[in-house]
Design a protein around this ligand. Structure first.
Ligand code: SF4
Length: 68
């Protein structure tokens, strides 16, 4: 099964909250009001799909889901 690494680019994040709402297992709000990743790697297909959905919904292209 594929493993992915999930990242947030803080420079691009505008703190809209979409990713926390879409995938709270993976993203949370940081003290600066921007997103942070709480699950940086996973092989769980359900969580991979949620991470990709959050990436697609991010209004500023701040989320990366990298297959490794
Ligand atoms: Fe930041 Fe994108 Fe998450 Fe919004 S969806 S909080 S812009 S990473």
């Amino acid at each position: 099964m594929a493993k992915v690494t999930i990242k947030v680019n803080k420079e691009k994040c505008i703190g809209c909250g979409s990713c926390f709402a879409t995938a709270p297992e993976i993203f949370a709000i940081d003290i600066d009001g921007k997103a942070k990743v709480t699950l940086t790697e996973t092989e769980d297909q359900v969580l991979i799909d949620k991470a990709k959905m959050a990436m697609d919904m991010c209004p500023n292209g701040a989320i990366e889901v990298i297959e490794s």
